[in-house]
Design a binder for this molecule. Sequence first.
Ligand code: F6P
Length: 343
Amino acid sequence: MKKLAMLTGGGDCPGLNAVIRAVVRRSHALGYDILGIKNGWAGLIHGFVEPLTDFSVTGILPRGGTILGTSRTNPFKQIEHIQKLKANWQKYGLSSLIAVGGEDTLGVAHRLFTQEGYPIVGVPKTIDNDLAGTDYTFGFDTAVQIVTEAIDRLHTTAESHKRVMVVEVMGRNSGWIAAYSGMAGGGDCILVPEIKFNMDEVCALIRKRIDRGREFAIVVVAEGAAPADSDQPITKGGHMDEFGHAQLGGIGDWLGHQIEQRTGIETRVTVLGHVQRGGTPTAFDRVLATRFGLKAVELVREKQFGYMASLRGTDIVAAPLEEALVQKLLDPKVFGDASVFFG
Ligand code: F6P
């Protein structure tokens, strides 16, 4: 009997449990045994595993997070970790692995496949929607929905107090979440990492709006956005993960202070943080995650290793894993559409 394993790695994301459920149900229907690796690559290094049964995945479709746990562990950081990973692969008698993750987790999967010949397929995920190999990643729609609801709430209090509200959102080095939620929530100014901003222009947009008789403004800023005179995004105390990514956050407070000082308008800052990643996935994300899970098992069955499930238009297709390693920046056309409503 084939012994398939699966793991979820990197930042968690709404829809991961829908992938796990789809993989388990489809694998069992095909007669495969399936082993859950706990906490991303760390589980394969240290031997944290559990068999996944139909019972394990009952009722998890609407649940956020991942029942397998996750981590940002990079096995290539230490040679002995790769050795342990290989020994455990042998020990558990694995015939193939489905890795669900973003650029980092799928980067490890790609390296294990190309350099070591391990039969691995991938499923792309991230709330940031910044992976080139797929039109959308699941988790993004849910994050946009959460931010949009927050902006709607901030509107009413902003209007009552005649304040500027700055909303800092996630997205790492891409502005997908900021642009989509800013457009959906009617943001008066959206700042994204792809386009450096100028404080004079930001303040001019706010004043233009006030001059139109609207005495409040909503500014949506992506955590990776930076002013034109800065060559680095603002980070929180320099924490780096094992893949070399700095922890972002702090631009909202900086921006709020600048706006208040320069315009004299009372300004408040909301940092949505991990609320954007938690809780139940939207229907769109559940469907996309489920279809990705089914496709991953099909890739295993057809021995299409080194590939991942990908959305192209409305079709789920196979895409080479290396496509997930290329960053997909915000489409300038989307930003252009959002900017029609600035000021
Ligand atoms: O990549 C997903 C993401 O939520 C980014 O938007 C954010 O910068 C990062 O992860 C936060 O990571 P952590 O959960 O380690 O703080």
